[in-house]
Design a protein around this ligand. Sequence first.
Ligand SMILES: O=C(O)C(=O)C[C@]1(C(=O)O)C=C[C@@H](O)C=C1
Length: 360
Amino acid sequence: MRQQDLEQLRKEVDGLNVKILDLINERTSLVKQIGKVKEKQGVNRYDPMREREMLNFLKEYNEGPLPNGILDEIFKGIFMSALEIQKDEEKNALLVSRKRKPEDTIVNVNGTKIGDGSQTFVFGPCAVESYEQVKAVAQSIKAKGLTMIRGGAYKPRTSPYDFQGLGLEGLKILRQVADEEGLQVVTEIVTPGHLEEALDYVDVVQIGARNMQNFELLKEAGMINKPVLLKRGMSATIDEFVKAAEYIIAKGNDQIILCERGIRTYERATRNTLDISAVPILKQETHLPVMVDVTHSTGRKDLLLPTAKAAIAVGADGVMAEVHPDPAVALSDAQQQMDIGEFDAFYEEIQRFMKNYATV
Ligand SMILES: O=C(O)C(=O)C[C@]1(C(=O)O)C=C[C@@H](O)C=C1
């Protein structure tokens, strides 16, 4: 074959490539429409029966020279790409998606802004035990110029025999101390019923890992006009986490902070495995602020500082950690809470890190 012939054949192939591409694009537009209809109907995107029908029809129609085996492969690839495109479309259409809203959402907690490019720190005891206990931690938080305190009043515990929290009494203690020290209260709410009684005492409603897929609670949280801190479920994928946030925003509340708190893996050196890459992924895929709970993810005091540094380095909008004036006598999570001295050292070091980091 002469060089000239080869060039001519390639020119013809180029022309066909463009035609195939145009057809695939035309097909993609139709498949996107099908995806929207299926989403509305709530039916599964993947439809193997439909794929089988299409392949059978194409094989009957096929007069070659393309072998049927290769035809199967090519069209299976086309169907798989169609599914991927439908999935992306659905993801991008979510209200929490950055594709839908490119600007960062800044959560405003009575003047404390989360997600505005600065880092917010939330410290406090695992569980509210007494006025004196909360007061000691609050004073230490205030002395550092910080504005948020966390504390559990309703404690969803693994064992029903473990301390379940002081409930409403705990909320009242948190509110009183926070008002005395000028702090904002972050506390976990476990049921829609608690949500109602808690609203007078709380500035940020936390939905904990165990409740990340408590859809009724998520819907209720979407109807309040207070920010919600949503923790990732211990076995939740990032996709499930994002969809849980979608439940809240879909009801009208866009003041949502996502919190990575470690996931359950086979690794036993830490309490959970901190999924640090979830932070940039969530920042890319959603417009919501992302915090990292270094206490629950590691369960180890010696790892709080390095993981907090890592969180800041990967772009987290804030860090949460637990502090107790006397961890040895704490009613929950005794081994993993910092005492006040450790808290001072932790905060000093993290400040130093942030200063150096900012100048790099
Ligand atoms: O027809 C559908 O239901 C589609 O979603 C489209 C389509 C296709 O590419 O043709 C995509 C994925 C399904 O598994 C089957 C078919």
